[in-house]
Design a binder for this molecule. Structure first.
Ligand code: ASP
Length: 322
């Protein structure tokens, strides 16, 4: 991702600040952590810059299959959706699963039927032709590299996702490959919430579901403990239940920053470097984040700040005063 063009980096940073500002507007108006986290994620689903909603990456069949989830810390309310094709805002659909069904997760056709019944907006001509052209290119490059094998075998052996650079195969969670988006929030009543949304990974097998809609893996939120969301290779993140681990660690010592670092150390111990990252908010609103990739876009706002702050690189401090 160090190779992001300046134009893309600007768009990327603007998208992050816009998302945090959407969450801020809710909190400033006295809204809940749940509403704020969802507002931030909806903003990123609609922007097209990130791997969620409009910007979702495509399966090996050239289709969109999105996953999303929300969790409310006050009552462990969970709503999740998996393998969603055309719903404009999967994170809002996941909230409806939490609020309007007796279930925690709906997938594929049943989830789409529920979305239609509830009047959710669908995207037309989705994925757009520009995205399909990108897909053609990635597919052709993967095929060339995995000569004689199926696309899925090739993807598995190469261990990840095709990057945008012609000669590079990589899993770059926040580079030109875009990435899962997520938000955690802490409100004036002390409530926490998590929201997450993704297109998954480029050229995944149709039907593949990642960590994002899985409780404990892609997200976790419990009042008086904290909230966390993850990004990166779902097949690794889910095998260490990374977000549950973050919250367990916060419960044990109270420090969200240290908890995120410990969770990423666990991830790296089992699956090596370049796997992903987490963000978290603690029981008193403290923040944490950690990655073992070469960058992760992040943005934050807290009461009293004039503007949301943004950072992307591992060693970069927030660009606005805390
Ligand atoms: N975690 C997502 C997934 O595996 C993708 C990503 O964050 O890059 O579905």
């Amino acid at each position: 991702m160090r190779g992001m063009t300046p134009e893309r980096e600007t768009r990327y940073r603007d998208g992050l600040r816009s998302a945090a500002s959407a969450g801020r507007a809710i909190l400033e108006a006295g809204g809940s952590a749940m509403d704020a986290a969802i507002a931030a994620v909806v903003d990123m689903e609609n922007g097209g810059t990130f791997n969620a909603g409009l910007g979702s990456c495509l399966t090996s069949a050239g289709t969109v299959e999105m996953d999303a989830a929300v969790m409310r810390g006050s009552d462990r309310g969970i709503g999740a959706v998996a393998s969603i094709t055309s719903v404009a805002n999967p994170v809002e659909l996941s909230r409806a699963v939490m609020d309007r069904t007796p279930h925690c997760m709906l997938a594929a056709d049943g989830a789409l039927a529920f979305a239609r019944e509830q009047g959710f907006a669908l995207r037309e001509n989705f994925p757009p032709p520009s995205r399909l052209a990108e897909w053609e290119g990635k597919r052709a490059r993967l095929k060339a590299r995995a000569a004689g094998k199926t696309l899925e075998q090739g993807l598995a052996e190469l261990g990840g996702v095709l990057g945008d650079q012609e000669d590079e195969v990589r899993h770059d969670p926040v580079g030109d490959d875009h990435d899962t988006v997520g938000a955690v929030a802490f409100d004036s009543a002390g409530g926490v919430a998590a929201a997450v949304s993704t297109g998954g990974i480029w050229l995944k097998m149709p039907g593949r579901v990642g960590d994002s809609p899985l409780p404990g893996a892609g997200f976790w939120a419990v009042d008086a403990a904290g909230a966390s969301v993850a990004t990166g290779t779902g097949e690794s993140l889910m095998r260490v239940m990374i977000c549950k681990h973050v919250i367990d660690r916060i419960e044990s010592h109270g420090d969200p920053e240290r908890a995120c670092q410990e969770a990423v150390e666990l991830l790296e111990k089992h699956f090596g470097p370049n796997q992903g990252g987490v963000i978290a908010v603690g029981p008193r609103g403290g923040l944490g984040w950690a990655i073992n990739t070469n960058g992760m876009g992040r943005s934050m706002w807290r009461g009293g700040m004039k503007d949301a702050a943004v950072a992307v690189w591992p060693d970069e401090d927030w660009d606005r005063a805390r």
